[in-house]
Design a protein around this ligand. Structure first.
Ligand code: XIL
Length: 370
């Protein structure tokens, strides 16, 4: 079968899948769906493809679940595995949400990716008081990471160990509660503790805007070099890739190249592509387009395709940890709620039907690359 025939047959299957899945799929069918469903994006790709999703939606929205199972083979908890969900107090950790994510992943032969161990934006309310004592904070970090990563040893494939270490713009460390108490060493400590708990897990530093802000990228690279020189067990770099239509492809290509030169696993960990703008703060959206026209959706298709092509051609095969979308449906994208926008940044529309962007990804994974 040539590539065009393969692609067309997958398109047909996708339409059929959507037509027959409407509210008729039982829980039992959903969990066995991966063996009976037609081929999707994951079958065309030679690297892992995933999405972030909230447990609640996974359980409630059959059609979304079906699209995920048909197209993706890696899963990340959008919120359920963050510290706020897990660490109810200094000494009581509720692993139930993570257990449920793991059960879903195992039932459906998917990779489970852990997001995120240390992230300033997901600090439980009791944490700032603890952070007044640096020794106590360090002890907590060690115990939390040991308990969490240890529990899922050999089951969670990789972790965002530290998330968003650098300032929003530029190349300096973000002055978080962790940084203020422990200095930049908190990063090295977090990787060390995670490695102690699971020596085989792939351990990532993950950040946003490093595909566009080269000062920030270079700050991140300096930190990675220092960690590597100290023998700290960092094994991956995550480009969140919440990117925008007008971010130049050649800048993205440059940053991917620089990232790949670290020798680390490269994960496009939170991909979505917006049309409108924001200032990186909650509620800071600027609605540039009143309407997202079919022409704009076609341009988005090209952007998705080019992003996948660049990933495949710039990042060496052995360093391709995969591409993870930060949600796959425009109905539930975090972008609109978080930034107060009306945008369409994902690969499926509000009805979970493939957008041109979906076909862009399909073409990107199937095309010949050098
Ligand atoms: C976002 C979720 O998508 C939202 O539902 C939540 O309200 C805030 O966090 N960078 C990250 C992700 O690393 O964890 C964020 O996820 C999006 C930005």
């Amino acid at each position: 079968m040539n590539k065009l025939t393969f692609y067309l047959s997958m398109l047909c299957c996708c339409l059929m899948l959507t037509a027959c899945s409407e509210n008729t799929v039982t829980e039992q069918q959903a969990t066995t769906a991966s063996t009976t469903e037609p081929q999707g994006l994951k079958d065309a790709a030679d690297f892992p493809l995933g999405t972030a999703v909230n447990l609640r939606l996974l359980q409630r929205d059959t059609q979304l679940r079906q699209q995920i199972l048909a197209n993706l083979n890696s899963i990340t908890a959008e919120n359920d595995m963050k510290m706020r969900s897990i660490a109810h107090s200094r000494d009581s950790f509720n692993f139930a949400p993570a257990d449920r994510m793991l059960a879903f992943a195992e039932t459906n032969n998917m990779r489970l990716f852990g997001h995120a161990l240390i992230w300033h934006s997901s600090s439980p309310d009791w944490l700032p008081a603890l952070a007044e004592d640096p020794v106590a904070l360090d002890n907590f970090m060690r115990e939390y990471i040991h308990a969490y990563v240890g529990r899922y040893k050999g089951k969670v494939d990789g972790w965002d160990v530290v998330n968003e270490v650098m300032n929003t713009a530029g190349g300096e460390y973000r002055e978080t509660l962790w940084y203020k108490a422990l200095g930049k060493d908190y990063v090295a400590k977090a990787f060390t503790y995670a490695h102690e708990a699971d020596p085989d897990a792939v351990l990532f530093y993950n950040d946003f805007n490093i595909e566009r802000d080269t000062a920030k990228l270079h700050g991140a690279l300096r930190m990675i070099e220092e960690l590597q020189a100290q023998g700290i067990p960092i094994s991956g770099l995550g480009f969140q890739m919440h990117t925008r239509m007008d971010i130049p492809n050649d800048v993205i290509a440059y940053t991917l190249q620089k990232g790949a030169e670290t020798g680390l696993q490269i994960h496009l960990s939170e991909v979505d592509i917006i049309f409108n703008k924001h200032d990186d703060t909650q509620g800071g959206g600027v609605q540039v387009y009143d309407e997202i026209t079919p022409e704009l959706l076609d341009q988005q298709k090209e952007k998705y395709k080019e992003l996948v092509r660049m990933y495949r051609s710039i990042v060496p095969k052995t360093q391709q940890y995969g591409i993870t979308f930060w949600g796959v449906s425009d109905r539930y994208t975090w972008i609109n709620g978080f930034f107060n926008l009306k945008d369409k940044p994902t690969i499926f529309d509000e009805q979970h039907q493939p957008k041109p962007a979906y076909h862009g990804v399909m073409e990107g994974v199937m095309m010949e690359v050098e």
